[in-house]
Design a binder for this molecule. Structure first.
Ligand code: HEC
Length: 154
């Protein structure tokens, strides 16, 4: 016999787990592109959190930016060289340009290898779990943007 209270607790945990897995991704919401920028926060998101953005950027199952970019992240030794280094990127690019690059870099370079982190429509060869879902949530994108803005040249 499993006590009722325990069943309740386990159900609660399962539901919490479900909610957490839902938070991984969402459907793309409309945003406005002005020239090579997305000037406004993504729909439903609030100003990004720098520390959260740094973490999301270097987490392999999230941004995984270090796979292709060098960054001022001394605690991890493997930094990819496919893309340009991101140290100082906050001095080179505006917040709106950075947002667009992360949302969907194909808007500025259709040939780029960089993934579109906030795109759920018109994707090809996508893993089942990402069908109809963005890789990052709007808020995770904003957090990474807030972090990149801080990467100024010395
Ligand atoms: C699969 C490789 C890959 C991954 C993963 C990747 N990028 Fe990129 N990124 C590139 C390449 C290649 C470019 C060069 C420009 C192009 O291809 O359009 C680039 C360009 C950029 C630029 C423009 C920099 C400049 O100086 O012009 C920014 C900003 C950027 N990436 C941020 C990120 C961030 C933040 C992440 C993680 C959320 C990320 N990238 C993940 C490959 C990648």
């Amino acid at each position: 016999m499993v006590p009722k209270a325990l069943i309740g607790a386990l159900t609660g945990l399962a539901l919490a787990g479900f909610a957490a897995s839902q938070a991984f991704a969402e459907e793309e919401q409309p945003y406005m592109v002005v020239s090579h920028e997305i000037p406004e926060y993504l729909p439903g998101a609030v100003p990004g959190d720098v520390a959260a953005g740094r973490k999301t950027a270097i987490t392999k199952s999230k941004g995984n930016c270090l796979a292709c970019h060098t960054m001022p992240i001394p605690e991890q030794s493997d930094h990819g060289l496919t893309g340009p280094g991101l140290t100082g990127v906050g001095s080179r690019m505006t917040e709106g340009e950075l947002r667009l690059r992360i949302v969907n870099p194909k808007i500025v370079n259709s040939e780029t290898m960089m993934p579109a982190f906030y795109k759920s429509k018109g994707l090809h060869r996508v893993l089942k779990k990402f069908e109809g879902k963005t890789i990052l949530t709007a808020q995770e994108v904003e957090d990474i943007v807030a972090y990149l803005v801080t990467l100024k040249d010395e």
